[in-house]
Design a protein around this ligand. Structure first.
Ligand code: ADP
Ligand code: MG
Length: 696
């Protein structure tokens, strides 16, 4: 398995170098793991009359009726026809004419395979593979021929998708059962009716029929999913059993005083449940590492605050981090407001905190005078030292990476508890794979009294009547957002669009009857903040903004959102943006404005948005439409980089893998039983080889 690839017959130094550079194939084992992306089916013979444009490769069989050599020099070619009982087809050769000519025997029966082309509406094959038909291949061959991913440079060296199969064909007979020892326990193989590991590798390359391939693929996909689940399950289990953690064992005066006298509303059932989970986590003496998912508006902030008060009751400091200045500021304002009658010290630290103030805060953190710190990620830069940080809360986790999490660990001798909050609903399958090592809570309940947002799709042409509608809403005392796509902050065209939009909105809503705020990514933070604050305090009735407004901004009085060029937004983003309205008790509206021309995908997105307010459903659809690679924040995670399995198409298999892994670890958390030894040694073998284990 570890033999250098250039030693394989048919490779050599030149191709060897290219295989390394182009496909990362260094060894025999690497080539074995270079899986075909499809197979050519040579087991079937298609009647010529049924050959049609939807096919790419076909196999036909028939008698040679005629052939001739036509054209001169470069145009010289051999053209032949074969006929079966249903029709006739043209075959053409430009090269090797002499050799082909020797095979041409009128009346002889041939088996013909090749890439189908059409010339003047008639099917033909250029340079087909040609074999005399015998008893052995009379009804086709017992072979599905693999085609492999390749690159232009390899093609030049004679290694196209099909010729790589010649290498795997040389390789496979040299690989033996002992090279691919079983890594799954007998019981699982039996339960799931999986082929052995060795068989699976043989059949994924060269199956003799479709079902063999299907079984091999299922086995190898299961392996990927199962070992990923097992690794994460073990990390989680080890943390639960062995990590050191600060103990928050009492609910004290601060928490109780706030809960009984200053909480402005009753907690929802979901909020209570999550708090209970957090309390259990933090009382056990092990580090909490919990992901809290709650749809926009589900009330995560208050959960964060109560958890911080719990830390304070136990004599520990806590910090809350947000991805942007606006959000940090907003959190700070709303938390300070909630705590205004209490004797809890809370400060804001961001990139733009003035030097003198900054010094004071840094001192206060070291002395322990500051109990709660709110900030942007600037907060975890090296110079910030706490006296006794006990809890770190990260809001909108998808902008917060693994590296930052690691940095946090250096802030205290016993690592602080970590609570990561996100409003981006993550489909279950994705959460299982990307965050399977974390504990995981979902807040699936909105505070009472919220009316579902009414969402409609309108074309550009309806703009005047939409403006009238917005006017009516403002006349009732409400506020409105107009959101413009600004995919990249630097895009000049988008910026011009925004300015044009602003002028347009202004023409419909002139001063002094109306005032407008505008917020975009090119503004200085102070300007942004002033504009935000004016909207929040209802000084301005309209907010014209780009997607910078996306996460977390809270203005309950805003009840209308108009999304300009809505076809340009992704589903999850549309949902996040829409979550800016519907935060108060009034009926809210979201209007998706688009041009007339829409792609099918865009149409689908708009349809889903109009049909549901359910963030999890939308996330599922988004995952289906875009695939896991594009979902924000998971791109670099590496954990989703399965070679074969897909968390979209192989949901069921993932569920099975997860259940089996949970069951197994429950009974044998260290994998020390005889039956699980295979698993353990395989995990150890793979350790350090994957992106994943580095991240973990
Ligand atoms: P998100 O989960 O999106 O961060 P927030 O924490 O900003 O949500 O809460 C959204 C709004 O709902 C805020 O105005 C907040 O005061 C309010 N809220 C939160 N919890 C409750 C509750 N249990 N009852 C009523 N209103 C609540
Ligand atoms: Mg929030």
């Amino acid at each position: 398995m570890s033999s250098p690839i250039e030693y394989l017959k048919g490779v050599g130094p030149l191709r060897g170098d290219l295989l390394k550079k182009e496909l990362n194939i260094f060894t025999f084992g690497d080539l074995l793991e270079h899986f075909p992306y499809r197979h050519l089916d040579k087991t079937k013979i298609t009647p010529i009359a049924q050959v049609n444009m939807s096919m790419d490769y076909v196999q036909v069989a028939g008698r040679l009726t005629d052939f001739e050599i036509i054209g001169e020099r470069k145009g010289k070619r051999l053209v032949a026809h074969i006929r079966d009982s249903s029709g006739s087809m043209e075959l053409t050769w430009f090269q090797g004419i002499n050799w082909v000519q020797k095979m041409m025997a009128i009346g002889e029966e041939f088996l013909v395979f090749g890439k189908l082309g059409f010339f003047m509406g008639k099917p033909q094959i250029v340079h087909p593979e040609l074999e005399v038909r015998t008893q052995a291949n009379a009804v086709g061959k017992s072979l599905l021929e693999p085609i492999y991913p390749t690159t232009e440079k390899l093609k030049v060296r004679g290694l196209n998708g099909r010729s790589i199969a010649k290498l795997t064909a040389v390789l496979l007979p040299q690989i033996h059962v002992k090279d691919l020892p079983e890594n799954l326990p007998e019981s699982i193989i039996k339960e799931l009716k999986l082929p052995s590991r060795y068989e699976a590798y043989c059949h994924i390359h060269f199956p003799s029929e479709q079902s063999q391939f299907d079984n091999a693929l299922r086995r190898l996909k299961f392996e990927e999913l199962f070992f990923a689940q097992l690794r994460m399950g073990m990390i989680k289990g080890n943390r639960h059993r062995f990590s050191k953690g600060i103990v928050f064992d009492k609910v004290g005066d601060i928490f109780n005083d706030f809960y009984n006298h200053h909480l402005p509303f009753q907690l929802t059932g979901a909020q209570k449940r999550v708090l209970k989970e957090i309390r259990q986590d933090t009382a056990r003496g092990h580090q909490m590492n919990r992901l809290l998912q709650g749809d926009v508006g589900s009330g995560k902030t208050i959960v964060a605050l109560l958890t911080m008060l719990l830390a304070a009751d136990n004599g520990y400091q806590s910090c809350l981090m947000a991805p942007t200045e606006i959000l940090a500021q907003q959190h700070f304002n709303s938390l300070s407001n909630l705590l205004k009658e209490m004797n809890v010290s809370i400060r804001l630290l961001t990139g733009s905190t003035k030097k003198a103030e900054r010094e004071k805060i840094l001192n206060g953190l070291q002395s322990g005078d500051i109990q709660l710190l709110v900030g942007t990620h600037a907060l975890i830069e090296g110079v910030v030292q706490f006296k006794n940080l006990g809890l770190a809360i990260v809001d909108e986790q998808h902008r917060f990476g693994v590296a930052q999490r690691a940095e946090l660990q250096t802030k205290a001798t016993i690592p602080p508890h970590v609570l990561v909050m996100t409003a981006t609903p993550i489909p279950r399958t994705m959460a299982m794979t990307a965050y399977g090592d974390l504990d995981y809570s979902v807040m699936d309940e909105l505070p009472p009294g919220r009316k579902p947002i009414t969402t409609v799709h309108r074309y550009e042409t309806a703009r005047p009547s939409i403006m009238d509608f917005v006017k009516q809403e403002i006349a009732k005392g409400r506020q409105a957002y107009f959101i413009y796509p600004l995919i990249e902050e630097s895009s000049k065209l988008d910026f011009e669009n925004l300015m044009k939009g602003y002028e347009e909105v202004k023409a419909f809503f002139p001063e002094p009857a109306y005032y407008i705020s505008m917020v975009h990514g090119k503004q200085k933070p102070e300007v942004k903040d002033t504009n935000m604050m004016r909207f929040k305090t209802n000084d301005t009735q309209i907010m014209v903004a780009t997607t910078v407004i996306e996460v977390g901004v809270d203005v309950p009085n805003a009840s209308v959102m108009v999304m300009e060029s809505a076809e340009r937004f992704g589903l999850s983003q549309l949902h996040q943006l829409r979550g800016r309205v519907g935060r108060g008790s009034e009926q809210s509206f979201c209007i998706l404005l688009t041009g007339q021309k829409l792609t099918n995908d865009a149409r689908e997105r708009l349809k889903i948005m109009c049909a549901t307010n359910d963030g999890f459903l939308i996330a599922e659809k988004d995952l289906e439409l875009r695939g896991p690679g594009d979902i924000e924040g998971t791109r670099q995670s590496g954990m989703l980089n399965f070679k074969l399995a897909s968390i979209v198409q192989d949901k069921d298999l993932l569920e099975i893998a997860k259940n089996l892994s949970d069951r197994l670890l429950q009974d044998d958390p260290d994998l020390s039983s005889a039956e699980n030894l295979l698993l353990k040694s395989y995990l150890l073998l793979k350790k350090g080889k994957t992106e994943w284990s580095r991240v973990a």
